[in-house]
Design a protein around this ligand. Structure first.
Ligand code: SF4
Length: 553
């Protein structure tokens, strides 16, 4: 056993449909069977297997027969078993068309062929009878293909089982398939990102986006103390005082965010865990408190993450890219503001130049301490220059003087603080969706309850999602300085109306699309956060150099 192998748990039999995935693409097998990754979109799985109402014919023995053989190491459900001329024959039904050979003769696809052979071997092993062939009906072109089971076929099944067992022991994800056409039809393309891997390995010039531009599931914020989230059948139910109860189908909900002392029932928590709906908690003071973390699925991803981030060189490389990315976005944001300024432009230009000089030093930083120093200097310059971007008409109460946190000491900082809490929540949500460990980062140290990897990744999105949103809304006069804030001495928080307004602005901002500067396709910010986490994971799988390039123009 080498260091990239886990001990073999040994006992569990393989599903025959997993061998189908293996023959389709070993990486698909690994993602499904080992990393237990699935997407909401089950359409392609449906494409692989069709469950039809089979008309009973004379000689039918069983329909949908569940079989298992520990000796062979397989289990599975046969669509139908029929007897023809004294022979028992398994049938498999497929939605699509068959393959055609050079003579235009109908053939089974390789993955379908292996699957029906595996069913035939399973029947032999489980029922102790001899099977000489299996049959596949392709419904799109109404073709029946006969697949004989001979010694070569049995050998092929045994080899596939052995390959699957080896992959189950491995912590390494297999490479992407060289047959790009398979990826176009693969439901796991959004998590596998094969085009991006080929691009990173210089095998593709322009990656094609194989997943939707947006995730249109709703993010439900529950702000009212005493409001309760429950479950009713397949629906999420939200009850607010003096308001009609709202129900939403679970498949339409991506996250539930509980602010302040709003509540959620145990049944709803279980349901959210089952349905992979993110549940997050934000305090009444606007601080991110934590998330329900039930996605403990694959240990392999976490082992790879732990190995990579224990390597100080890898952590330093990623941290440099992160500091560069955030610093460049901060500088560009000041440059945008500078274009709109008249007299105040000169000091701002000096800051922009100073930041450029510091940014040139980032790729050479030889330690995390040096990087922290550079990042601190960049942040000081940026926040010192930020007041220059505030318009003349903005009231004094909304002006920004200096950064203050825990607690914020003015309205502008209260807005930034609440925005960063929402952003951290979104980043942690994506980290959990991807299946990484939020508390294991590469740059931030675990000083507060905030998970370090979440703090690392949110650096990329602070400027575009929070700073720009806050500055835009302040300059457009969208805040009521009394209604939208609660001021107690030197402590300032957003009031109920302020939080509602902010959430609205922030969620709308996340719906805007942005063209990735390297990959050159457009995605909403919501999707980009998840993409960035996946690109981070690729950094330690030999598919890297795409992480941390999201710099505003
Ligand atoms: S997207 Fe392509 S490489 Fe990735 S699992 Fe699917 S078929 Fe394999």
């Amino acid at each position: 056993m080498n260091s990239s192998e886990l001990p073999d748990s040994g006992q569990e039999t393989l599903r025959v449909s997993a061998l189908h995935a293996l023959a389709y693409c070993p990486r698909l097998f690994y993602l499904e069977e080992v990393e237990e990754l699935y997407t909401q979109d089950e359409a392609v799985f449906a494409g692989r297997r069709l469950h039809v109402e089979i008309e009973k014919e004379e000689g039918d023995v069983y329909e949908s027969l569940m079989l298992e053989s520990e000796a062979l190491g397989l289990r599975g459900k046969v669509d139908a078993l029929r007897t023809r001329s004294g022979q028992t024959i398994p049938y498999e039904h497929k939605q699509g068309r068959c393959r055609r050979d050079e003579q235009n003769q109908p053939q089974a696809w390789d993955s379908d062929r292996l699957q029906i052979l595996a069913y035939a071997c399973l029947i032999e092993a489980a029922l102790g009878i001899m099977v000489t062939e299996g049959r596949i009906r392709y419904h799109a072109d109404n073709v029946l293909v006969k697949v004989p089971l001979d010694e070569q076929g049995r050998q092929q099944v045994r080899q596939a089982i052995e390959q699957a067992r080896q992959l189950r022991r491995s912590t390494e994800r297999p490479p992407v398939t060289s047959n790009e056409r398979l990826c176009v039809r693969c439901s796991l393309a959004p998590v596998c990102l094969p085009e991006e891997t080929r691009f990173a390995q210089a095998e593709a010039t322009q990656p094609m986006r194989l997943f939707p531009e947006d995730d249109d599931r709703e993010i439900v914020h529950v702000l009212e103390p005493g409001a309760c989230v429950g479950r009713s059948g397949d629906q999420i139910k939200i009850s607010r005082k003096d308001e009609p109860t709202i129900t939403l189908p679970a498949r339409q909900v991506g996250q539930i965010v509980l602010h302040s002392y709003s509540q959620i029932s145990t049944q709803a928590l279980y349901f959210c865990a089952e349905q992979q709906i993110g549940v997050h908690f934000i305090s009444g003071g606007g601080r991110y408190l934590g998330s329900l973390n039930t996605r403990q699925g694959s240990i392999q991803r976490r082992i790879r993450q732990y190995r990579a981030l224990s390597d100080s060189e890898m952590s330093l490389k990623l941290a440099r890219q992160l500091v560069l990315c955030r610093g460049q976005s901060q500088r560009r944001f000041l440059m945008r503001g500078q274009r709109n300024l008249n007299q105040a432009g000169e000091p701002l230009q000096q800051t922009i130049d100073q930041m450029e000089r510091l940014l040139r030093l980032v790729p050479q930083a030889e330690s995390l301490e040096r990087l922290l120093g550079l990042e601190g200097n960049l942040a000081s310059l940026y926040f010192a220059a930020l007041p220059c971007l505030i318009g003349d008409n903005v009231p004094a109460e909304l002006r920004f003087i200096r950064r203050s946190r825990r607690p914020p000491q003015d309205r502008f900082n209260a807005l930034l603080g609440f925005g960063y809490a929402l952003l951290l929540k979104d980043v942690v949500n994506s980290i959990l969706v991807v299946g990484l460990e939020p508390s294991l980062g590469f740059y931030h140290q675990p000083r507060t309850q905030a998970p370090p990897l979440g703090l690392d990744l949110m650096e990329i999105f602070r400027v575009p999602l929070v700073d720009m949103t806050v500055m835009g809304a302040v300059n457009r006069g969208q805040w009521d300085i009394w209604e939208d804030f609660e001021v107690r001495g030197h402590r300032v928080w957003l009031s109920d109306s302020g939080r509602r307004k902010f959430i609205n602005l922030y969620e709308r901002r996340k719906e805007e699309t942005w063209k990735h500067p390297i990959l050159k396709y457009s995605l909403t910010y919501r999707r980009l956060i998840e993409l960035e986490v996946r690109l981070l994971e690729k950094e330690w799988m030999g598919e890297g150099n795409l992480f941390g390039h999201l710099v505003i123009r």
